[in-house]
Ligand binder design. Sequence first.
Ligand SMILES: C[S@@+](CC[C@H](N)C(=O)[O-])C[C@H]1O[C@@H](n2cnc3c(N)ncnc32)[C@H](O)[C@@H]1O
Length: 199
Amino acid sequence: MQIDTDHLHHWMRAIRNSKDPIRTMDAFWKGQISSKEWLIKNLEVFIENPVTVDIHGGWVGTLASLLFQSNLGYRFKHIRNIDIDPTCQDISITMNQIEMEQGRFSAITADMCSIQSAADVIINTSCEHISQLQYDFWLGNLPIESLIVLQSNDYNIPEHVRTASSLDEFISQSGLTKLLFSDKLELPLYNRWMLIGKK
Ligand SMILES: C[S@@+](CC[C@H](N)C(=O)[O-])C[C@H]1O[C@@H](n2cnc3c(N)ncnc32)[C@H](O)[C@@H]1O
């Protein structure tokens, strides 16, 4: 997918102005970007009308920016980035400066388990960062009609508290009752799992 130079400028500002630029750049590893491009490519068929989107565990706002810059971009009325790490709020706002000024982007610091989401599309690509107990509580709070997009992986490192060793295990963890899409993306270090469905 194409990244335009105006957005690239804001990405660089976001990295440069962050307290820990090297840590911020972790969001730009090839595997991280490829996983988000894969998400966007497969989300396309499900987005016919303009929608609102909440990204839970949205980190520094890379996915939001890629969604805005994709072929689907004009269909996003508003994207909200939610992350428990307070450093993510300012970085994601700078990353999405153009859409922030258009009133189409916002960012908040919050535990995904303790906020209300009423968006048409709810994305959580950080499933490996929350326990099954937290996940079940989080899912329980989501609206029945929202389209839910989930990613996890089989990469066992200390900060991943709940990986899935297979796509079937991730389906079982997800608790989705209406599964519309499930697949894996093979990356050099790990497999990424993705589900799209409703609860
Ligand atoms: C390493 S990052 C993103 C990893 C993921 N594979 C991705 O690319 O989207 C994980 C993010 O989840 C956030 N996070 C973890 N637990 C959370 C929670 N309970 N509520 C909101 N955000 C959370 C972290 O602060 C971090 O920014």
